[in-house]
Design a protein around this ligand. Structure first.
Ligand code: AVJ
Length: 339
């Protein structure tokens, strides 16, 4: 049931966007084709990391953010807390805030609260997980002056729909927090950023949170925690596929693997088949034989150098305006202005 202060967003028909294959939403058939294509790719089996997030997956990710070894989210929260008043001031009163991959919306509250001091705020969280959107809306429903328009779907499709509702002259702030930007391959990232820029107007802003390069051992622990929460998060992707495509992945026959690739500056997450096995995804008419030790890649999590982020901004048509870095867990919050 809709809560007071939240308004259902009119859904429109949209084609699946290109440019972010690892994160694209789209309809069931499109997603099915994407799974077949990536799972059967010669030389590298992969499942788009968006499949990590069903109802349980979103809760498991929230649990990861509480792990002592996973400092990323706490760093993100600290920096945002510190930066929020200045971001709100730069935006001016009554902005439309659009968040790509909102999750539960916890971090965003600080930015919204700072902006609400200057006037009412429109907020459109976009997420592929309906349950995460619901949690986000519940969390923020109490903030007076905030109008929430949850939008289920892909980043680019959701952003297009959100911007269609921008009031004349309303400044737009797009949020891409928590280093979700790290999920893109280095090849996919520039065109994705250019597409975002293409949808914005001059003086709109894009706030990007990005995890910075740090000691390999620190990253290794963060993505292979001793309590096994990340392992459960990773394996749950197979349960999600089972549910979506009437599949019979046996989670017990897979092992979680997370490796830091120093050359590529990224964590690579895999599910390793512990034995030779054949899996059937009935709805996709897909039989998959995995050898013992064969791996399916489920996520890339890139780590950045600060200068690299500035270069990405410029290449996409943004001007890096401010940057805040957490001292405890190197993590950058970058405010880019569309120019
Ligand atoms: C939500 C994509 C930023 O890459 O650190 C956490 C997801 N994967 N542990 C990340 C994740 C494994 C997370 N992001």
């Amino acid at each position: 049931m809709p809560l007071p202060g939240s308004v259902a967003f009119p859904a429109t028909c949209e084609a699946a966007p290109e440019g972010a294959p690892a994160l694209a939403g789209g309809d069931a058939a499109t997603r099915g084709r994407g799974v077949i294509e990536s799972l059967t790719r010669p030389g590298l089996r992969e499942i788009p990391s968006t499949w990590l997030y069903d109802e349980l997956g979103s809760v498991l990710f929230e649990a990861i953010t509480l792990l002592p070894e996973y400092g990323l989210t706490r760093a993100d929260e600290r920096v945002i807390e510190r930066a929020a008043p200045e971001i709100a001031r730069l935006m001016g009163p009554s902005p439309l805030v659009v968040e790509l991959g909102s999750g539960s919306g916890k971090k965003t509250a600080a930015i919204l609260a700072a902006s609400l001091e200057l006037g009412p705020v429109d907020y459109t969280p976009i997420d592929v997980s309906a349950s995460a959107l619901e949690a986000c809306r519940e969390k923020l429903a109490e903030m007076p002056g905030l109008r929430v328009f949850p939008t289920e779907g892909s980043y680019l499709g959701g952003l297009a729909r959100a911007l269609a509702h921008r009031a004349t002259g309303q400044p737009v702030l797009v949020l891409f927090l928590g280093s979700t930007i790290g999920n893109f391959s280095r090849r996919e990232l520039p065109p994705f950023l250019r597409r975002i820029r293409g949808m914005l107007r001059e003086r709109d802003r894009f706030l990007v949170g990005a995890d910075l390069v740090k000691a390999a051992a620190t990253l290794q622990r963060a993505y292979d925690d001793p309590a096994g929460v990340t392992a459960a998060f990773n394996k749950n992707l197979l349960a999600h596929l089972n549910a979506a495509f009437d599949g019979n992945f046996d989670l017990a026959r897979f092992a979680h693997e997370a490796v830091y690739n120093e050359d590529e500056r990224r964590i690579e997450m895999y599910l390793r088949s512990e034995e030779r096995q054949t899996v059937h995804l009935q709805a996709l008419d897909l039989h998959l034989t995995l050898e013992r030790g064969e791996r399916i890649r489920t996520e890339l999590s890139h780590k950045f150098h600060s200068g690299e982020l500035d270069a990405l901004a410029h290449a996409a048509g943004f001007l890096p305006e401010r940057e805040w870095i957490d001292a405890e867990w190197p993590f950058a919050e970058c405010l880019w202005r569309a120019e």
